[in-house]
Design a protein around this ligand. Sequence first.
Ligand SMILES: [Fe+2]
Length: 226
Amino acid sequence: MRSDEQVSNEARERHLQTLGEISAALEKKDLYTQAHGHRVALYSMRLARRLGFSAEEIRNVGIGGLFHDVGKLAMSDHILATRETQLSNELKQEVQCHPLIGAALLKNIAFLGPVVDFVLFHHEREDGKGYPFGLNSAEIPPGAKIVSIADCFDAVTTDRPYHKGQPAAAAYAVLREGCHGNFNAIFVEVFIQEIEEGGMIQDIDPDPLLADELVRSIAGCSHQVF
Ligand SMILES: [Fe+2]
């Protein structure tokens, strides 16, 4: 008869395999989204570390960054490739479902715990005008606020179908402007300090080892990675 430990190890391995498959599916669907996820993971962990988060919290935030847009797996290729900045209401609704879909994909993976909320709430705003729920500031977990800042910074500074990547200073301006409703102002200033001292992430290819090590470390399969 198999011990409880064997059963839980097997369950964990199955979950890790599921995450690997999700990650591979995302790569196949949209290389930009996958590379963006890796950069957002690294930026999010740097901000969490600078804010004094524990090693476990830093890893959670990293996984949240890595998978924040995983719900885009369900979006039509047309939206992912569009150059339109003004989407129709129908397409906008489709885009706004991606946090819900992402959280649904991850929610049964027990060891991910708070990570699911970081994915679910990464488009919520301090002023309550975000989506999908319009949460107020106090209801949004700090990890989701961090991912949202890293997400914005990377979106401004890298090439997308509808714009060329801008320098860091342009992204600082967008983030500071966003402090009037979207972002946590303290987190934004700490993030800018981090980028000023540590620099931007340039031209990385998605690193399968980062994803694997992060996920395995949080699942208790390996010792401290970060
Ligand atoms: Fe998103």
